[in-house]
Design a protein. Sequence first.
Lengths: 334, 501
Amino acid sequence: MSTEEKAEAPANRAAAKGPRFGDFSEIAIVLVFAAIVLYLSLTTSVFLSAANIMAILVATSLIAVVACGQTFVIITGGIDLSSGSVVALSGVITGLVLHAGFPIWASIGAGILVGLACGLFNGLSVTYLNMNPFIVTLAAMSMARGLAFIIPNGQTIFGFDDAFDSIGGGLWTITGIGRAPIAGVISLAALAIGAFVLKKTVFGSEVYSVGGNREAAMIAGIPVRRTQILVYAISGALAGLGGVILTGRLDSAQPIAATGLELNAIAAVVIGGASLFGGRGSMLGTILGVLLIGVINNGLTLHNVEPFWVQFIQGAVIFLAVLFDSLNQKRRGA
Amino acid sequence: MEALRGAAPHLLEMDRVSKAFLGVPVLHQVSLSLDEGEVLGVVGENGAGKSTLMKILAGIYRPDEGTIKLGSEAFAPHKPRDALNAGIIVVHQELSQFPDQTVAENIFAGGLPRTAVGTVRRGQLMRDARAVLDQVGLDIAPSTRIRSLSLAQRQLVEIGRALSRRARVIVLDEPTATLTSHEVRILVATVARLKKTGVGIIFISHHLEEVFEICDRVTVMRDGYSVETRAVQDWTEETLVRAMVNRPISSFFPKQDIRLGAALLEVENLSSGERFADVSFDVRAGEIYGIAGLVGAGRTEILKTIFGALPMTGGRIRVDGKGYIPRSPRRSLRDGMVLTPEDRKAEGLILPFSIRQNIALSTLKALARWGILSSRAIQRLANASIESLRIRATSASQEVRRLSGGNQQKVVLARAITASPRIFLLDEPTRGVDVGAKVEVYNLIGQLAAKGAAVVIVSSDLLELLGLCDRIGVMRARRMAGEVDRAEFSQDRLMSLAAVG
């Protein structure tokens, strides 16, 4: 057995030395991203304008927040299909709490708490009930979507304070520097904190270990269950935050909102180099994945591509990303 | 008998086959032959080269030197399919079956009889399967699901599958390791019946009793050599065991004289469901306690139960004189106990992670402040471990899957040591480790004991246990069959406790 690995060793010595960052897939995304940016700035006049960049940031902020949570889950080898529905449910709850006359901070807190509760439901089911993450979160997706309709009786809730709406679509004026979309700042903060937690903390290490080899992690004394519960909780809470942002941006909470959002977020994470088998992935990769999706969507809009083609092209991008990953694995001799 | 055959070709002949992996020879000019209707036993300790030899026969590896002949024709398989087509079929210890499909579907998987439109001919499938089951002496309905069969029955189904592909040579790789004695009887009867059909059978086993019962001839392998082949009546248990383990011991095991302290770990009538029952032993500070026994005798499960990775269903454990109930590996680690698992790749290491990350795994908290890891502390720890355990690697950031077996094992041990436990549970600590690294691992284990740790070692390498341990408990059929003190150590004694009734 041991001898088999020895046989691989010399050929891969160079690769083995390299740090985590120089990963083939991450370099590839940066190149693809640069190529698209170059192409769009040459073929359209508005692409590099401040207004358009701002629009991209606002549009991607929601995916970014959800993808941030999704990254944690995927690195443990799990998946959270309920994010999109949880965004809608949290939005509805946030809207109802606002309409009931509670202050803005309370409504935000309620939205995030609802997401957290959904995440805990997923996490506890996966660990203590030993259920498959795919199926559990698929069920949760349906249940959360159902509740998003049941609770407001299928009605859209609208008409909020401007102060609240600015969370989603408002701009934050920083004297001397300029203005930034508040939602973009929030999502950037989430991603930055997420990156720090993953890379620098004990918990981050545990997340990677659980995904890298669950059995080995358990024998090594890693709190496997706690880690799994926490990643789903984080994913849920961030989807809750996403619900708040989306409700603010639309100035309305719609039960049908954010349908399919989880797939965009998962795609961003995978494009960013995370493995659906767990153990691999980074927040930097996710950021790149989110930006790539954002830029592609923006480009398709700028070029007035038909919506049916938009669907197709988004799918193709995901396919290529996974293909890259698969080729990469082969090259590593896994 | 062989003399009588004269020039008639053997059914299978492997002639001076050698194989090395990256310059490390694992087979040295190994020769063996097999005739029609014959059962050849291949015995030897773990690591003797049996598996590699069989993998060459099955087309998984290619030999560096030597030839294989099937009948009078040269046989040089390039891939597993070549061997299958030539009628060579290996029944592995771990079966690869489809548990939720029927027996019939499993027997004919990949070649189900079909109608013109492509649907399966159920009737014919069941009839064919019935015929195959009769051949192997299995009285079950072909429509039974595999899941509901016992392990022995599954193995017979696998043999039936081999027969249905018109096997000429069937290799049974440790088929009896996990079977109960009743199930072994069925298997023995089936093998006897198969012989009559002219199939040649290679029987790999640690169970000498069965080897004597089933085989016509026995080839002993040791350290990559085929040491000796004799007709079964020319072997005795004693000569066979000696041929298997005969190696110079002296320089290999520098057993130190350690003053033993109080009992650190006491196990009394420990049971875990059906895995094992009524196991009792105790280990003192500074003592190395070995657990011998055949694969499947329940050795690994004992360690895992003490460590809290398997449920304890009966008995008592005392650590340091105080009652102890194992709850989880995490708790056990905190309470000063560590386990290095038998299967490094599946349970011991996170293969795609770096040496550094693997070593730090059990002590993350100590390497962090306010939950934030200190990469310097981790690097320091990793470098210190690499140096003190002499782990051969390009750097601490090298992925562990790129390391040799010996160095991987050292990483596992390094992680165990950094948790600074007082009780070490080491499961097959030198499996797949080359000889040089073995000695280093032995030294390391000696040092742990010298520092006052209680060490429990499970190993299939008897010589290793004899060299390292103060006492050895022998497991047979999920129970403790006896305990031997260093003063009375002998290979024959252990082997007979473990393998003979």
